[in-house]
Design a protein around this ligand. Structure first.
Ligand code: ADP
Ligand code: MG
Length: 698
């Protein structure tokens, strides 16, 4: 595509700042700018003008409907479309869209999970326009990004807490920056670039797998002769069908102003990655939700299916999302970028110290923020970060931290020791050579990369956690430094103390080795391998205090979320278990019976002709089929019994039960079935196998 074509395409479906400048009156445009910069509410009059212009613009681009677009606790986005038509008289309509309709909507949203929040108040929630996120057109509808709340103001969605956490982080960071004399900074914005992994498989093959259709992952499947051993897929040449898909995906994303930048093949066969250029956390979150949706939609047009499940296939890598996170001032400075003057470096070290302290103190919260049923199969498994939180700093930065801890000389070419606020730090090179791919939280030069997120997960939760933790530490630092007699001495002591007390969280070694698990235990780091336990940390008193202090979540909201996640976990595992039972009883068992029967008839037929014919191999096969089939049915009954039994008195106990009892039995059933697959004729097996699933897109 020609360069000018791309620039023309980019953002063409977004009611962005340029469009506003062109279309709105100067007063209206200024009011919107002020609203975004300072949080001042828009008058109804401004909202009316805004709505009318949005509608005109949308109609110029073929839209006939509008929808409030929001992010309920289901993890996907929701929309309810209304057309612009309004009756003018019995035979005529007008196309209209009012300020009131723009600002507030009332979807009949009583079926969205609320964790009991709405039961005591109103059945319905309402949506309210988020003016910091641009409206856009998708499928002929003007989509207005909104938050979703109950009538008494409790958050029922993922966007509300994200916005709250961004605001609070900004407030605390600005306090700290003032101490360094940065008085120009009005706002600090968390910046996020999420790298998204996904699988692409052929739709016809997909449709023949009941498990993929119902659960998004293969519940059975013997290992193919070839998996990812050769690593020939990673960064390999992109296959023509996939290349055509990626091209169209890029174009669709660009139209929506999404900065899709990098695309490549990942390690597992059929696995790929897309990374956008980073953006403010709110926009990044909206865009990532849209990206996931459009990935699936475009795949359909190419007769493929895009799988976003964290572990669609056993034995090859699962998919995650890397949440690259940093803080930027409204004056354009990245606060995690080591600077070149003593003051800039002191500021960098303070933000680094706050991050290290926060991650150490709130390990469980970060772990909780990435707990979902799909990630159960990744965290602690071979190819993903373990369920232990640690920070990778790289050799140079670790040496600097050590020098500060020990008050010793930092050994570089200039042999200098470091006194924070007085000395300039030696330049810290961006760590590109020994990038540690096994660390859950890696410093990568000017940002942290949080690598534990599941591929299907909304990035809102993990960023709410990062933002709020950082806000808390910065508020503590500001409290201490604001009262200090000598700023530089106090700063030095504070940073040194934070490094000393929290250095256990820094780990530059291989996070996938068993030795790390032992070492981490010695250091007293937490290791919540079980999703039910991880989710329960939502409601630890320490976390309730953190979130309510910073007005990100009330206790009630946290309890509701904990409940929703636990229930979701039970439902997902329950659906998987029922799907397995159905597949075994109605397809796999009958297929194995038929194959055994055919084998037995073959033996009988052979012997009828020549009684002394050697049929030892067939007979051995029959014995194995019969033994494994009996084992499969025994495990299937055990799973059915587990599903029929009472699950516990509350959501936490139930989630534990699903994780331990149900999950365990699913594993045993799968083992028997997978072994059966390896001895059953390909044509006799009722489902396409891994070879077909992973290698059919060419
Ligand atoms: P990789 O981790 O695969 O080597 P990069 O480090 O180039 O890739 O970038 C990964 C993601 O990090 C991209 O989405 C990029 O836009 C984002 N990113 C780069 N700089 C920042 C930053 N300062 N803050 C947040 N995200 C960033
Ligand atoms: Mg990365």
């Amino acid at each position: 595509m020609a360069k000018d074509k791309v620039t023309e395409l980019f953002g063409s479906m977004v009611f962005n700042e340029d469009v506003m400048k062109q279309r709105l009156s100067a007063t209206c445009y200024k009011a919107w700018k002020k609203c975004v910069a300072e949080g001042t509410p828009l008058s109804l009059e401004t909202a009316h003008e805004m709505a009318a212009e949005m509608k005109n613009w949308a109609m110029d681009h073929g839209a006939t409907h509008y929808t409030h677009w929001f992010q309920p606790m289901t993890g996907v986005t929701a929309e309810k479309h209304d057309s612009f038509i309004t009756p003018e008289n019995p035979s005529q309509i007008l196309m209209s869209f009012s300020g009131k309709e723009l600002v507030r909507g009332e979807p009949d949203a009583s079926s969205f999970p609320s964790g009991g929040l709405r039961a005591t108040f109103e059945a319905r929630g309402y949506t309210a326009w988020d003016p910091t996120s641009f409206a856009f057109i998708k499928d002929g509808s003007l989509c207005i990004p909104t938050i979703f709340c109950s009538y008494s103001g409790q958050a029922l969605d993922k966007k509300t807490p994200l916005l709250r956490s961004m605001e609070e982080l900004s407030r605390q960071a600005v306090r700290v920056l003032k101490l360094f004399g940065d008085n120009d900074v009005k706002k600090v914005i968390s910046q996020v670039g999420p790298e998204q992994e996904y699988f692409l498989i052929d739709r016809d093959v997909f449709n023949r797998r009941e498990d993929l259709v119902l659960t998004g992952r293969t519940l059975f499947g013997a290992k193919p002769p070839k998996g990812q051993e050769l690593e020939d897929h990673y960064f390999g040449t992109i296959k023509p069908r996939v290349a055509a898909y990626m091209k169209e995906l890029d174009e669709e994303l660009w139209k929506l102003g999404i900065l899709a930048k990098t695309k490549h093949n990942e390690v597992a066969p059929a696995q790929h990655e897309l990374a956008p250029i980073y953006n403010d956390a709110n926009t990044a979150c909206d865009h990532n939700q849209l990206t996931m949706e459009i990935m699936k939609k475009v795949a359909g047009r190419h007769n493929m299916v895009c799988l976003l499940h964290e572990k669609p296939f056993a034995g090859v890598n699962g998919s995650g999302k890397h949440d690259n996170w940093s803080l930027s001032t409204d004056t354009g400075h990245n606060l995690f970028k080591p600077g070149s003057t003593p003051s800039q470096n002191a500021r960098f070290l303070l933000f680094l110290a706050a991050f290290i302290k926060g991650v150490d103190e709130y390990q469980d919260l970060l772990r909780c923020s990435v707990a979902n049923p799909g990630n159960d199969h990744r965290l602690g498994a071979q190819e993903a970060p373990p369920a232990i939180i640690s920070i990778f700093l790289g050799d140079e930065l670790t040496a600097i931290v050590d020098a500060i801890i020990h008050g010793t000389k930092y050994v570089d070419q200039r042999m200098k020791s470091i006194s924070i606020g007085v000395d300039a730090l030696p330049p810290i090179p961006q760590d590109t050579t020994d990038r540690n791919r096994t660390s859950p939280l890696a410093f990568t030069g000017n940002k942290f990369e949080f690598r534990m997120l599941g591929s299907s997960q909304s990035i809102a939760g993990p960023n709410v956690a990062l933002n709020t933790i950082m806000a808390e530490e910065l508020s503590q630092f500001a409290d201490e430094l604001e009262g200090a007699a000598d700023f530089n001495t106090a700063l030095h002591d504070l940073v040194q103390r934070a490094f000393i007390e929290h250095q256990r969280i820094i780990f530059n070694g291989n996070g996938y080795e068993d030795a790390w698990v032992t070492e981490a235990r010695k250091r007293g780091l937490s290791n919540l391998a079980c999703t039910a336990d991880a989710l329960q940390t939502y409601i630890q008193p320490k976390h309730i205090e953190l979130f309510s202090k910073h007005r990100v979540f009330t206790e009630e909201e946290l309890r509701a979320r904990n409940e929703i996640h636990l229930e979701n976990y039970c439902q997902v595992v329950g659906i998987e278990a029922r799907t397995m039972i159905d597949m075994v009883k109605r397809s796999i068992f009958p297929a194995v019976c038929a194959f055994s029967g055919a084998t037995a008839s073959g033996v009988a037929a052979k012997k009828a002709v020549l009684a002394d014919l050697d049929c030892a191999d067939e007979e051995e096969l029959l014995r194995r089929l019969s033994r494994l089939s009996a084992e499969m049915m025994r495990q299937c009954r055990a799973l059915e019994e587990a599903m029929a039994a009472p699950k516990g008195k509350d959501a936490y106990e139930a989630a534990h039960y699903y994780r331990c009892t149900v999950f365990d039995r699913m594993g045993k059933l799968r083992a028997a079935v997978d072994e059966l697959e390896t001895i059953t004729a390909r044509e006799a097996w009722p489902y396409p196998g891994y070879t077909e699933l992973l290698f059919s897109v060419t």
